[in-house]
Design a protein. Structure first.
Length: 270
């Protein structure tokens, strides 16, 4: 009595192993952050295979259109570069949204503490009242802080995911204030004003450099558009002769160096 039959126990342990396997697959460290921008909760390996398949498809389309391996390779390279650029812009936009919401987040935490709530309850209030991406990020922070992680350990993931000055300032200042002790409410209010001023200054710099960034993007795309027109018109010396391929490689290298110099010239540290 009380002994589970062998077949039943095998089924039981099999179900446990399946459940553990599903939990491991859905852990944040196993999910591709790039795929998450498209709403796909897939592993990093699956996303890599998806990317390889996409680039192979672009290569085949390029070869079918131009009957030229060089042009097919350039199309695949361009697709890869464009996709990475898109992901970089999505990360930057997500980071900027979080930074813009950070002053209001600090104000919400300060108001919660002023009303008599604990820091744990203040984090919980942020997860309910703030929009994305602050809601999701502070939900993770709140969960870690509630189960026993220190404040520094709970906020560490924010500095890894949003590696900018505003987030680093918020995390380091809040951890230091927690260690030193004292009234944290005036500190949060002052920090909120400082970060709001920095975000406003960044927006002004971005508006001031919009024309230069657009000019750089257009100039970088024009040569490839001309190359496609030349191929379609029958002028394919750049991709069918050894000298032409060398000139093409040299031109791409020089363009890359030029874009690097222009981007560094427009970069303004705040």
């Amino acid at each position: 009595m009380g002994i589970i039959p062998k077949k039943a126990s095998d089924v039981l342990f099999s179900n446990i192993r399946k459940k553990q396997s599903q939990e491991n697959k859905t852990k944040p460290e196993n999910i591709s952050t790039d795929a998450a921008f498209f709403g796909l909760l897939i592993s990093k390996v699956a996303f890599l295979l998806l990317m390889v398949g996409f680039l192979l498809m672009v290569f085949l389309i390029g070869f079918f259109l131009f009957r030229n391996l060089i042009m097919a390779g350039l199309m695949a390279f361009g697709a890869h570069f464009g996709f990475r650029y898109f992901l970089t812009m999505k990360r930057k936009q997500n980071e900027e949204r979080f930074s813009r919401q950070l002053p209001d987040t600090l104000t919400a935490i300060a108001n919660s503490l002023k009303a008599g709530f604990s820091l744990d309850q203040a984090f919980e209030f942020v997860t309910v009242s703030m929009p994305e991406p602050t809601r999701s990020e502070f939900s993770s922070v709140h969960l870690k802080y509630r189960v026993g992680y220190t404040l520094g350990e709970s906020l560490k993931e924010l500095t890894q995911k949003f590696n900018n000055t505003e987030v680093n300032l918020f995390v380091s200042s809040l951890v230091l204030q927690n260690q030193v002790g004292g009234n944290v409410i005036p500190f949060l209010t002052e920090l909120s004003d400082i970060i709001r001023g920095r975000v406003l200054l960044k927006d002004q710099v971005a508006v001031g450099t919009t024309q230069q960034r657009m000019t750089s993007m257009i100039i970088s795309l024009l040569p490839y558009g001309l190359l496609v027109l030349m191929q379609l018109s029958g002028y394919n010396a750049l991709t069918t002769t050894f000298q032409g391929v060398l000139v093409l490689i040299l031109a791409i290298m020089m363009q890359g160096i030029g874009l690097y110099v222009i981007n560094n010239a427009m970069k303004i540290d705040i």
